[in-house]
Design a protein around this ligand. Structure first.
Ligand SMILES: [Zn+2]
Length: 318
């Protein structure tokens, strides 16, 4: 019985490989440094060696290999398209390479789309057929699950929830667009806003918590200050939550989900952020569409990309 999947999650710093069973439990795992500067061929060989380490003695139990990759992914051709964190890997023929190396069916997806799938199969969205996952860290990504499947659009690029415009007069985003959710509400945006307020003379405990170093300000120091009653810290979290809430309102009106699952490091701020998100949705969503939509923290943490990659190939088996 082919009831196991190999999962690979390729990131700019580290790459994780795992053997995952049909219940979504990781039974073997390993991680290596990606070291993209050594070039794509060397990198792929090292990832293949890591896959061999988690491959079970009875290889006949493995139904396939699922790969999660950052950035735009051409899911049909199995190619990673834009890899700003993997310089030199643009156009990496990931599916073909691993299919040839292991003679196993191989599928690839965007890491945030696959995290959405994982939360729906094994995590906070278990049993929900219509949910949207959002990850908030240095950037903002996400994935849309519609009828229990990843909604991928014409080319597999759908679900870039960080890059819809919230403020047409807002700052320019890394993607080239204006006022994207990511450039307004990501961890990077929160730190930038705290820095500029403090540089302009706003009193705050944030700077002290960052050791007096403006560059060391992060969502963690902002949240810590807010927890101590710091007004600026609270304002920054509330503003980010409000922007994210407006993003959710847009997504509710477009996709009619029942559930939002919010993950990523910034989501660890917890209630102060979530309450601003929920308040904004309650105030601005169209009633019958937004009433009853639940907004919950993610459950799978850093393993969500791996587990979603496994689900991608286990699904094909089912
Ligand atoms: Zn953008």
């Amino acid at each position: 019985m082919r009831d196991l999947a190999i999962a690979i999650d390729i990131g700019g710093t580290g790459t994780r490989t795992a053997l995952v069973n049909s219940e979504g439990v990781i039974v073997e795992r390993t991680s290596i440094r990606t070291e993209p500067q050594q070039g794509m061929d060397a990198g792929l060989r090292r990832i293949a060696a890591a896959v061999r380490q988690v491959m079970p003695d009875d290889g006949r139990r493995v139904c396939g290999i699922g790969i999660a990759a950052a950035g735009l992914v051409d899911v049909r051709r199995g190619v990673a398209l834009s890899q700003s964190n993997l310089p030199g890997w643009q156009g990496a023929p990931l599916r073909q390479y691993f299919e040839d190396a292991f003679q196993l069916p191989t599928a690839i997806g965007n890491d945030a789309n696959l995290a959405a799938l994982a939360e729906q199969r094994y995590g906070a969205g278990k049993g929900a057929s219509h949910l949207i996952y959002i990850t908030i860290s240095t950037g903002i990504g996400g994935g849309i699950i519609s009828d229990g499947r990843i909604y991928s659009g014409a080319d597999g690029f759908a679900g870039e929830v960080g890059h819809h415009t919230i403020d047409v007069h807002g700052p320019r985003c890394n993607c080239g667009n204006l006022g994207c959710l990511e450039v307004l509400a990501s961890g990077t945006a929160m730190a930038r806003d705290a820095r500029s307020a403090i540089a302009a003379g706003r009193p705050s405990q944030i700077l002290g918590l960052a050791g007096g170093d403006l560059a060391a300000i992060s969502p963690v120091t902002i949240a810590k200050a807010a927890g101590m009653g710091d007004v600026l810290g609270h304002e920054i979290i509330d503003r980010a939550g409000t922007y994210i809430g407006f993003g959710l309102v847009n997504l509710i009106h477009l996709f009619n989900p029942r559930l939002f699952v919010i993950g990523g490091g910034v989501s660890n701020i917890g209630e102060p952020l979530f309450s601003a998100i929920r308040r904004t949705v309650a105030e601005h969503g169209i009633g019958p569409m937004s009433d009853g939509v639940r907004i919950v923290p993610a459950a799978l943490g850093d393993d969500s990309g791996l587990l979603g990659a496994a689900a991608l190939v286990l699904d094909r088996q089912a």
